[in-house]
Every structure is written in structure tokens, then in C-alpha cells.
Design a protein around this ligand. Structure first.
Ligand SMILES: [Zn+2]
Length: 135
């Protein structure tokens, strides 16, 4: 998936799950961007696995406990979304050295990226509106 789709979906999903959606969205956004830091080396392996996700989420959580949870939500959403792409993700690396996932479409498919980004934006807007209205 493209970076903008990961960012909006990670932020929107984190916001939806929190009573403080703006703060959660920021951590979700950061968490959704971190896995692609492995783009130049061991892409979809080094940072696209649950062990890296847990380790980095614990690290963030040691600084900001609730932030660590929403960081992990954003991170997990990234791994989940990439699992739908043809290349898959090495979600259990280094224990299991094969790509996993549904592997249904290319990561640059515009329709899928636009749909995921739109869903993330809707989740974010809904969550912020709900919080502003005090509901
Ligand atoms: Zn990725």
C-alpha cells in the first residue's frame, strides 16, 4: 500500500478506538509509518513483522503508555494492509521466513489505496466529530 493510505488508515483506526482521538491519531500515524523504514533493506521483513511491532510498541509505551497502544494499532494496521498485496509480508520473521497474507492486489493499485485512505479519513473525521460533540 502507499504511504498516504497507511497514514490515514492508521490514524483513523487509532482515533476510533480512543476517547482522546487526536492524540491517538498522532500515535497511530507514527506507528503506521514506521514499518516502511525498511524500504531500502530487507523490505517487508525487518520491520513488517509482529516481533518488531511488539518491541517498538513496548519502547513507545515505556515513554507514553497509551501512546504505545495506539502506536501499535497503527503499526498493526500497516502489516495487515500490506498482507493484502501480492508481495505479502514476512509477519512472523525471523521464526518463519516466508511471506504471509491474502496477496490479492498490487501495492500501487490506485483504487485500493484510495478506498483505504478514504475509509481512514472517514474514521478520523467521525472520531474527531464525536469527541468534539462530547459523545
Ligand atoms: Zn509496508
Amino acid at each position: 500500500m502507499k504511504g498516504y493510505a497507511h497514514a490515514l488508515f492508521g490514524a483513523g483506526l487509532s482515533a476510533l478506538l480512543s476517547p482522546d482521538p487526536l492524540w491517538a491519531a498522532l500515535w497511530g500515524l507514527v506507528g503506521s509509518k514506521v514499518p516502511d523504514l525498511d524500504l531500502k533493506k530487507m523490505h517487508r521483513k525487518l520491520l513488517h513483522n509482529v516481533f518488531a511491532m511488539l518491541l517498538l510498541s513496548l519502547l513507545v509505551g515505556s515513554i507514553d503508555r497509551r501512546g504505545g497502544v495506539y502506536f501499535m494499532v497503527g503499526y498493526a494496521s500497516h502489516i495487515f494492509l500490506d498482507s493484502f498485496t501480492v508481495r505479502g509480508v514476512w509477519a512472523l520473521w525471523p521464526l518463519y521466513d516466508r511471506p504471509l497474507g491474502i496477496r490479492a492486489f498490487r501495492s500501487d493499485w490506485r483504487l485500493a489505496n484510495a478506498a483505504v485512505a478514504a475509509l481512514g479519513a472517514l474514521l478520523l473525521i467521525y472520531s474527531l466529530y464525536k469527541a468534539a460533540a462530547g459523545q
